[in-house]
Structures are given as structure tokens and as C-alpha cells.
Unconditional design. Sequence first.
Length: 413
Amino acid sequence: MVPLSEGRVNEGGELECGYHGWTFTGEGKCTSIPQIEPGAGLETALKSPRACVAAYPCVEKQGMLWVYPTAKDKAPATLPELPLIPEIDDPDCVYQDVFRDLPMDWATLLENVMDVSHVPFTHHNSVGKRENATPVNLELTSADGVSASGFQGMWQEGPRKGKYGSQYTEFKAPTLMRHTLRTEAFTTLTVVYAVPTTPGRCRLLARFPFIFKSALPRFFFGLYPQWFSHTNQNSILEDDQIFLHKQERLIEVDQKIKGKSYAQSCYMPTKADVYVSAFRKWITEIAGGGPAWPLGMPTNLPPQETTREALLDRYYSHTVNCKSCATALANIGKVRKVLRVLTFVALAGAVATFARSMPLKYTIAVSVLSAVFALVREKLGGLAQKMRVGPYPPPRRPPSMMEAALEQARIAF
């Protein structure tokens, strides 16, 4: 009874248990039990249903792996339709993806991305501006309101005081939310899949498709390194990550100890709350309150994280599992080691030229070169740090002198 995820895929393409070396096909059939000698006994054991593992239908679509955990014995033709994004299949579509394991519940994440009115304030100086804040009048446009399949809505004015026109939103139950903006020059989407992992934690799968009318923006879009894009997108996520983590614990106390409903805990008097109210209605009246967690798993939220560093962690929540970022971090480390050597070599050269009374211009040139190597190394250190932990405070407020000093010290070391 150990997780097969701690095993490996062996040379034969089969899943091998890391504990005793049993192997399994993609259909869950056991093919090897090393503890039994070849013969009739082994064949009998391999055929036993107790030696097999559960196998579920899987589909790869739009670069994502989809698993049907409740459809073990169903034929492919009877499987539910996948919640895909049709625009991604457009030949003119370019997009960026990012994933991250977040210290918040899946419902908190979806509520956050549906709530467009927080952007000018929470994300001030990142993707929003306080001066762009206006009354947000949201409305549901789905004919049947909130249904088992979700709901649709519209923001007539749209973001940035209507600069890009109306914004259309769809919640496709149970875990997909998308915003769509269409202008004369481009169509852009914000797509969020909020995947529950454990109570109080979820995995964000975010996609940002763009369909440009001109080929030139598509060309430059493709030049943007994925790992660099991820550092920026992680920064945006962290703008509200700390208070969302704390908020849901306050709500849990209200609901489980004080017996309040979500509507009683949160005062939502504006039309900006239409999507959030609809989503919470879907959870309580249609979805049975949330996911059915595995037997034996505690359903309460885990204890609140006690440090900002734990909440802003990027290395374990993203980088270590991201091929692009992990490779970039390793390469930055190698370059920094080379730059350290070059810095001292150039510095030694400057001392040598001065000691030998060579022309001053040579000493200055080599000294400047040493300083350049040191400066580049420091900048790369800051970039590497962004792949390990997010900075604090967020862009919406300037850091205190102490916070600024601590941030510089953290980058330096």
C-alpha cells in the first residue's frame, strides 16, 4: 500500500513499484513479482485481481493530460466532454502557460480570478492601476442562470475603463474559469483550471491565449523565454496569495464554529460580487459543498503557514517541477560560478598591472571588467532568487527601509 508515484517507469515502459519492484502495464495488469520464483505459482499470482492496480481512462488534449477518475469501466465514446479552450486550436493562436501549487483552496482560487474588481487595488503596479478602478457592474447572461454546468456572464464596460471593450466570463463546472476580451487587433483570454489537491491547497493551471490579427506580434511573442514569463506570472499570483491563505481560515471559523453561511460571513452588496455569489451558490446548492475527499483525509484546512517565505515559495511550488525554470536555474548557477572566477581573475589582473607600474589605463580597464563581472553575477543572483521565493512586499506598496535591506541581503547570499 505505497504510492506508485514514488516508483519509476522502467526500461520496458512499465510502471515499477519503488518498494518491492512489482511492475504493471498501462492497463493495471501485474507483469512481475520478483519475490516469487518462475513457475505455476508466479503465473497464478500474476492473474489474481489483487495483484492488479486500478487503471483509469486518460486523454492528452491541448498539451494537458486528462484523467477520468470515476470512469474506470466506461468506453471512450461515453466519457464526458473535456473542458477545452477552442481558441487554442486556432492556427493564429499563441499562448503562455504556467502552473503552480498554491496554499489555498481551489474554491478560493476560482473566486479570486472571477472577482475582477480587486485587480486595480491588489495588483496595482503589476497588472493594474488604482486610478483605473470604476464601479463594476457584472451580469449573468446564461439563460438558465446558475446550473450544473456553471454559468456565463458579462462586464459591459470591461477593464481599464473600457479600453478593450466588454469582457465575457464563463465558469465551466467544476474547475474552469475563462475571461475573454475581443478587440479589433487581438483576442485574449485568461484561462484558469483550479485543480483540488488537498483541503486548503490546489494546483493552478493557467493559460493565456492570444489571437493576433497581425503576424508581427505572434513572432515577437514566440521569442519570449518561458522561464522568464513564469517569473512575472508568479509575481502576479503572489500579489494576493498571503491574504487569501489567511482569509479562508477566517471563513472556516465562521462556518464550522459559528455556524454561518458564506453569505453571512462575507458582505457582498455590489454588482461586482455577482460572479462570486453565483459560484458560491453553485457550490452549496448544486455541487454538494465541494469535492469528495478520499476516505481518511482530514477535511479541515491545514494550519496557517507561519512565515511569508513559506507562502511565497516558488521552488517547490513551481520551479522544481517546471522543465523550463529548472533548466534556467541550473544554467544561471553555472554561469554565476564562472563569473565568480572571472571576477577574481580580473581583480588580480588589476592588482598586477598596478604593482608593475603599467599604464594606468590598463589597471582601470581590468578593474572595470572585474566590476562588470561582479555586477552581472549579482543581477543573475537576483534572477535565480526569483525562481526560489517571491519578493516581499508586493508592488502595490513601497517597501520599508528594513524590508528593502533584507531583500538585498537575501539576493546577495
